[in-house]
Design a protein around this ligand. Sequence first.
Ligand SMILES: [Fe+2]
Ligand SMILES: [Fe+2]
Length: 153
Amino acid sequence: MAYFEWGVDLVIDNGPIDEDHKVLVSLVNELHTATSQGQGHDMVENLLQRLVSHTRDHLQREEHIMSAAQFPQLTEHLVGHNDFMDKLLELQEKYRAGSITVAPQLSALLRDWLSIHIRRYDRELLVFMKKSQKAQQATQRSQRRPSQPKPGR
Ligand SMILES: [Fe+2]
Ligand SMILES: [Fe+2]
């Protein structure tokens, strides 16, 4: 069983968001393997760099999608993204500065944050998209319905 297991409860759009999340999940797994096996500093640092850059790209992509969809919780969502990015950069900095204690915490922190964030906050986008799809379908149905003659009085 993988350290960070992908599951259907992580599915958001069956598209670019899920693809990004899957890459992040596999990078967290790689980082966990590397740190728990005591891999060299360079290898862990390289993995961390990939994680940082993929996270940055992903957050931007997700924010664009949310903004285009007029996702109402976008402002709060951005706060969560910025906090996470700050935390990740801080850990990367600590690791670079030679803190060995930070290595085992890294994958746990990333896994926990991502799994909570995706399940709780990214999923709000899925709920919102389903709702707006239903609203759109209802509008289309009402437009297709032939107009009824008004009952005479
Ligand atoms: Fe996300
Ligand atoms: Fe997000």
